[in-house]
Write a protein that binds this ligand. Structure first.
Ligand code: ZN
Length: 437
């Protein structure tokens, strides 16, 4: 039977047209609010630049004055002032932002967060790379979000100055893990704050989620049950790194500092070789573990515009549906959170994937935007160090539980496959065993 490919040809022509005129979706010529976006971004930037204090000013006084003048919170005032100060040290990016007005203070604060403490000579080398990163490569491209910005900067720093990063991390004081603050609210509720590294916080979050699902309770009740030794949890986390090195990236937490990498390396129980997973084609509907791991590592987050749900939490979606002839291969698979997966399945939005992993999203009103993958395997050309190592030896690693200090308790079920229990599980396992992964 002869197949009619004319629809595909029209779509391909449309895609080529889009690819030929790259621009950010928020500033696109067809966006009636583009000038508003540009004006707001530029006005905010000039305001925060104008509020920058002198070096000998008292920081608390400066923050209070700036916060009252701008009607912002102290926290946001601090972040935006730091963002504006960091931008002063990146003259090429400053020029680009002032010329285009594409970056708002929130995104600039993500840039600052990624660059905090980086020496001036490294900033000079990063400056043109950031300009390139913040230059659209697709038509109506969605601006990179927090995960993409931080991942990009971290990858560049790992490539440009790994020794500087390690030195900084050695000099950083250890997180105050024992500094727990408890605050009583007027309404009778309470709040507890504890300082953790990002990877530790992600691990704890996953444990709480696992218990909440298993015991069918709220997150708060799950945490209390863990503290009261009324339950235990087993979770599996996915890390990424070169085959013979330390894991460098943890889904949900991003690139990790050296000391965290060494800790996680000792907990790996299973590795997966991803060579060839980017181009493998499978007859069956379900992707292989290698394909699934590659797609999650490429995408980083849900691929829907603006969504920051971690790829680990997402479904794997056939962009062209399997029943309609869509192939089970990385260039036809994408990570979608459940909400956006349903949106696509319901036909409320259509998506087309480019072979490089770029997704074009078509809305019912005719508007189209494109999103880029932002995981540790995305855009190898922009990550020369990872590109070299990962193209030859891509590895997925899973952590193993730490050996219990005391005698082991009863074995827990596999977290990812265990079903919630109807009754509470009281056991005598130690807290460490309860958080077994
Ligand atoms: Zn989503």
């Amino acid at each position: 039977m002869r197949r009619d490919y004319s629809a595909f040809d029209r779509l391909a022509a449309e895609i080529r047209e889009f690819l030929d005129h790259p621009e950010w979706a928020c500033l696109g010529s067809d966006n009636p609010y583009a000038e508003h976006v540009r004006g707001i971004n530029l006005a905010a930037l000039e305001m925060w630049r104008g509020l920058l204090p002198k070096d000998d000013n008292d920081i608390d006084t400066v923050l209070q004055i700036a916060a009252t003048m701008t009607a912002e919170t102290l926290g946001r005032t601090r972040r935006y002032l730091h963002a504006a100060a960091t931008l002063e040290e990146l003259p090429q990016l400053l020029h680009q932002v002032r010329a285009r007005g594409h970056l708002n203070m929130e995104r600039l604060s993500f840039v600052h967060a990624g660059l905090a403490g980086v020496p001036k000579e490294i900033l000079e080398r990063l400056d043109p790379l950031l300009c390139e990163f913040f230059t659209a490569t697709e038509k109506r491209q969605v601006l990179p979000g927090e995960t993409a910005i931080k991942n990009f900067i971290r990858a560049q720093l790992l490539d440009l100055c790994p020794e500087v990063l390690e030195k900084q991390e050695e000099e950083k004081p250890a997180p105050e893990t024992d500094a727990v603050r408890v605050r009583a609210n007027a309404d009778g509720s309470g709040r507890i704050n504890i300082s953790l590294t990002h990877d530790e916080a992600h691990e704890l979050h996953k444990i709480i989620q696992s218990v909440a699902r298993k015991e069918e309770v709220s997150a708060k009740e799950a945490l209390l049950m863990l503290a009261r030794k009324q339950t235990k949890a087993k979770i599996v986390l996915t890390l990424w790194g070169p085959q013979h090195g330390e894991p460098e990236y943890l889904h949900g937490a991003g690139f990790m500092k050296k000391s965290s990498q060494l800790l996680w390396k000792d907990r790996i129980t299973h590795t997966l070789d991803l060579r060839g997973a980017d181009s493998a084609v499978r007859e069956a509907y379900d992707p292989t573990p290698e394909q699934a791991a590659y797609v999650r590592g490429r995408d980083g987050t849900c691929r829907a515009p603006g969504c920051q749900v971690s790829a680990e939490e997402c479904d794997l979606d056939h962009v062209i549906e399997y029943d309609l002839g869509g192939v089970t291969t990385a260039s036809n698979l994408q990570c979608l959170c459940r909400k956006h997966h349903n949106q696509k399945s319901d036909g409320r939005i259509r998506v087309f994937m480019h072979h490089r992993g770029t997704c074009q999203w078509f809305y019912p009103n005719g508007r189209m935007v494109s999103t880029q993958p932002c995981g540790p395997l995305a855009a190898p050309a922009k990550r020369p160090r990872w590109g070299r190592e990962w193209r030859s030896t891509r590895t997925r690693m899973e952590m193993r539980p730490k050996p219990p200090k005391k005698k082991p308790g009863p074995k827990g079920g596999a977290a990812r496959k265990s079903k919630p229990k109807s009754s509470r599980n009281a056991s005598s396992a130690s807290p460490r065993e309860r958080s077994n992964r």
